[in-house]
Write a protein of this length. Structure first.
Length: 147
């Protein structure tokens, strides 16, 4: 990862892009992410169907690379340790979404379904509130005190 960061830093310096405003790079990330999302507009294909479509896969790869390159640009410009940042975030995701909530799920359940989301959310809120008392907003936007 450090080698990749060094190549990015050199790429930015050679073009005098090493002083870009972070907001401009962040905007570029969102613009490219929109182009990636556009590839899925009006579709609801599953993973296998997407992988079978070689033309779509080429387009996804291109747009995903654009998003990732801008993300790395921003990380390098801000002096982040990208690898450490990603490791720390992955650890938080692992803790927030424990594997046991997913591994025993029936394979017929769509992993992106609303029911799965709310079950996970309920588990997370329960864990967060086990040691804390504070007010949260219910999914219907009514204040609910969770003890």
């Amino acid at each position: 990862m450090k080698d990749h960061e060094d190549r990015i830093r050199q790429h930015l310096q050679e073009r005098k892009w090493d002083k870009l405003r972070p907001a401009d790079v962040a905007k570029s990330i969102v613009i490219e992410a929109g182009e990636l999302l556009e590839l899925f507009q009006w579709t609801n294909e599953n993973l296998e169907d997407v992988k079978k479509n070689s033309e779509q896969m080429r387009a996804i790869k291109k747009e995903l690379a654009d998003v990732m390159n801008y993300c790395f640009d921003l990380s390098v410009l801000l002096g982040f340790d990208t690898e450490q940042m990603m490791i720390e975030k992955l650890q938080k995701v692992i803790e927030k979404y424990p594997a046991n909530l997913f591994k025993d799920r029936d394979d017929t359940v769509d992993p992106g379904s609303e029911a799965v989301y709310w079950e996970i959310k309920k588990n997370i809120e329960w864990k967060e509130n086990k040691h804390h008392t504070h007010t949260r907003y219910h999914k219907d936007y009514f204040p609910v005190s969770l003890v």
